[in-house]
Ligand binder design. Structure first.
Ligand SMILES: Cc1cc2nc3c(=O)[nH]c(=O)nc-3n(C[C@H](O)[C@H](O)[C@H](O)COP(=O)(O)OP(=O)(O)OC[C@H]3O[C@@H](n4cnc5c(N)ncnc54)[C@H](O)[C@@H]3O)c2cc1C
Length: 396
């Protein structure tokens, strides 16, 4: 067993670190977002950043060159992710959706023409996808999707509704799950499509999140005509592609570095802040809590390294990804709770208030952290997967 990086990998880490120190936009640093928040300004900054990374070939580092990648290893990708999280780059969720989840699935199941149509543009940061999975009556039970795709000449005609569709109002394409065989068992009648979001018949309505930002949407499809060549993979076999895309989604390896960054900020705050005449960093209860978080963040880092190791072997992590996601989302909750305890009443003040601690970042984390245990499949669903596929327990 060898936990060290090679000299070449360490050199790459230094190159990335130096690049990020130089290039992260000053305005982004000034905004000081701990988590991604969507405003028109943050959106513009993240899009420009992605195009810049795309030009450098760093947006889709592991992809084949023919699709705009650099054919680098998953370990290099991990290093890049770690350094970007450490530096707090303007990286939005749309990058993960497009580069991390949808395009790798198209790479596995799409035709050569489909790959050439979408992947090089995605790798350059020119297009983004949204995920058309959840519906009002299909969330955890995703195979219950009711949105239909019916063949009509050279097209499929889509009717139905999606919900919680992150960045649908910005996306170029929707990676859509629709029912193509209403009579088949529910897991067998679903197909996956790439739908141009400019198609007539699509209506996007905003849903405002707990921070007051427009991030999710409801998306309505009314007689939307999609060319047949936009069906990805085999008709009625979409459930299996969806499962792979969800495995990619649950494998996020940048998270621990973001948590370490937050812990570092809390530690710095405790070193500088006195309460009742004593530095917070001298309080034994606070020290113990921070040490515990640091241990858990380290465990998460190792779980993520294991995911990278599986990917490096050319496999897709499955229950391992679920295990990592449950641990990461519950740790994020503990981090947010501990942060609020440490900051005390100051933690309840948002940015803009002169007495807000850490510019309201912990408050924002506290308000949004529960969503990580829901998006991409709830923690209950991840535990079901771990029980079945990890432990081999019967389905029910
Ligand atoms: C931040 C965020 C971003 C999202 N982005 C997108 C997106 O871009 N595209 C998209 O399609 N969707 C998106 N979603 C939706 C997300 O995938 C669903 O919310 C999630 O899958 C849960 O579905 P639901 O909300 O319908 O809850 P339900 O499925 O109704 O679940 C309600 C509760 O019942 C529990 N439950 C349900 N079934 C079981 C079971 N079998 N065993 C044990 N417990 C169970 C759940 O764990 C949950 O606690 C997003 C959600 C969030 C929070």
């Amino acid at each position: 067993m060898d936990f060290s990086f090679t000299a070449e990998q360490e050199r790459f880490r230094r190159e990335v670190r130096e690049y990020l120190e130089r290039e992260v936009p000053p305005r982004w640093k000034e905004l000081g977002y701990l988590i991604w928040e969507e405003t028109d300004e943050s959106w513009d900054i993240t899009r420009q950043w992605n195009r810049k990374l795309g030009e450098k070939g760093w947006l889709a580092l592991t992809w084949p060159r023919v699709y705009g990648g650099q054919e680098r290893s998953h370990i290099d990708q991990l290093i890049l992710d770690e350094e970007m999280a450490r530096a707090g780059t303007p990286t939005g969720i749309e990058t993960a959706i497009t580069i991390g989840w949808v395009c790798p699935t198209i790479m596995l199941f799409g035709t050569e023409e489909q790959k050439l149509r979408y992947l090089p543009d995605a790798a350059k940061g020119r297009i983004i996808f949204c995920l058309g999975y959840s519906e009002p009556n299909a969330g955890s039970d995703l195979a219950a999707v009711r949105t239909t795709a019916v063949e009509d000449g050279d097209h499929y005609v889509i009717n139905g509704q999606k919900v919680w569709t992150t960045v649908a109002h910005r996306a170029d394409y929707c990676w859509l799950a629709a029912r193509t065989d209403p009579d088949a068992p529910k897991h067998k009648g679903v197909s996956m499509f790439v739908v141009d979001m400019k198609s007539p018949g699509i209506t996007v309505k905003p849903l405002i999140n707990i921070l007051g930002f427009h991030s999710f949407n409801e998306v309505f499809f009314d007689e939307v005509r999609v060319p047949k060549e936009n069906l990805v993979g085999q008709k009625n076999m979409g459930w299996y592609q969806l499962a792979v895309a969800l495995d990619f989604e649950r494998s996020g390896v940048g998270t621990p570095a973001r948590m370490h960054r937050t812990i570092d900020r809390l530690v710095a705050y405790c070193r500088q802040t006195r309460r009742n005449g004593r530095l917070l960093s001298e309080d034994p209860v606070i020290r113990k809590k921070l040490a515990r978080l640091s241990v858990e963040a380290e465990v998460l880092r190792l779980l993520c390294y294991r995911i990278t190791w599986i990917q490096e072997k050319g496999k897709t992590p499955n229950y391992e990804a679920s295990l990592t996601k449950v641990f990461a989302s519950e740790l994020l909750d503990r981090l947010a709770n501990t942060g609020m305890e440490i900051l005390g009443p100051y933690g309840m003040l948002d940015r803009g208030s002169p007495r807000a601690a850490l510019r309201g970042e912990i408050l924002r984390l506290y308000l949004t952290s529960p969503s990580m245990g829901i998006g991409g499949g709830t923690s209950e669903i991840q535990r079901n997967i771990i029980a079945m596929r990890g432990l081999g327990l019967p389905r029910k």
